[in-house]
Ligand binder design. Structure first.
Ligand code: SIN
Ligand code: FE
Length: 301
């Protein structure tokens, strides 16, 4: 895996395909100077939240498809602050979408716009339950939003005025998942693993009928793998680790379902998530879906 420095914001069609291929294989595309800078007063507003309004401390989500902000306690935040935050998040989301529509042109028709987030908390020493800790290496999976094989692509901005955002990453999905026997990841009968195989097709029929089971075997596995990695101290200690410190004012982009990652320190980031459909893949064979289907000898979505 590599961190690929990107200096030009307007790739040719050929270069755009190459960027997609690098991302899919587990590289991080890194922009030393962000292509989507915030207006100075918007940045000042976001950086001011920590001091002035304790109710805006949490991770704040913006849902672009319905233009809604969540994670803000509207009982204590002033309506003006909530309104301003909403406007800043909407603008941020739109600017990332506009940039990537060109920069990753091969994906554009095949992504689903997911949430954006504002991360105002200091990451070092955050006190979170184990499965929610982001200082442990993990691949991303959403407990409540199954992707059915679509991949989780995330674009980040470090908007801290001076400090780096400190990440560690490990080897991409295919190399990491093959370090384990499938039973290690989901040992219980009736779990995702028992469906990784001949039962996969049957599980889909069931999933369609019962809303709470609408996760595909793929989603089930990815969720379990996320938990398994965080709950595995030996792997956390012994796995390959590649540290990278993203400077103030930079951006980066990565398939976080593919590249195990952890954030160790840093404060104030913005992020926009895209779910990229399998049809759009330039190198489908390295996608977690194809890797798992090859292991299972069965379709998983
Ligand atoms: C994560 O997705 O695990 C957190 C990344 C970050 O906030 O920098
Ligand atoms: Fe993550």
């Amino acid at each position: 895996m590599a961190v690929v420095h990107v200096a030009s914001f307007a790739p040719t069609t050929e270069q755009a395909r190459e960027f997609c291929a690098l991302l899919e294989a587990g590289d991080i595309l890194y922009f030393p100077r962000t292509p989507v800078p915030l207006a100075a007063d918007d940045a000042a507003f976001l950086l001011g939240q920590q001091q002035t309004d304790s109710s805006l401390h949490k991770n704040i989500a913006y849902k672009p498809k319905v233009d809604k902000l969540s994670g803000v306690d509207t009982k204590t935040a002033s309506p003006a602050a909530v309104e301003r935050l909403h406007t800043v998040m909407r603008r941020y989301s739109q600017s990332v979408v506009a940039f990537l529509a060109e920069f990753l042109a091969p994906y554009q028709a095949n992504w689903q716009l997911d949430y954006a987030s504002f991360r105002p908390q200091e990451e070092q020493g955050r006190d979170l339950p184990l499965r929610r800790r982001n200082d442990l290496l993990h691949t991303d999976a959403f407990p409540t939003r199954p992707t059915h094989g679509a991949r989780i692509l995330r674009f980040f901005n470090n908007i801290h005025p001076s400090r780096t955002r400190d990440w560690v990453v490990s080897d991409p999905f295919a190399a990491t998942v093959r370090q384990f026997a499938p039973q290690q990841i989901a040992p219980h009968p009736g779990s995702a693993l028992s469906r990784l195989g001949k039962g996969a097709a049957r599980a889909i029929g069931l999933g369609a009928a019962i809303p709470s089971l609408r996760r595909s075997p793929y989603d089930d596995f990815m969720m379990r793998f996320h938990n398994f990695l965080k709950e595995n101290p030996q792997w956390q200690t012994e796995c390959a680790k590649y540290p990278f410190q993203f400077p103030a004012g930079s951006s980066w982009m990565v398939y976080t379902d593919t590249v195990p990652h952890a954030v160790l320190a840093g404060q104030y980031a913005l992020e926009q998530t895209f779910l990229v459909r399998p049809e759009a893949m330039v190198r489908p064979e390295v996608s977690p879906l194809k890797v798992l289907e090859e292991i299972a000898h069965a379709p998983l979505v």
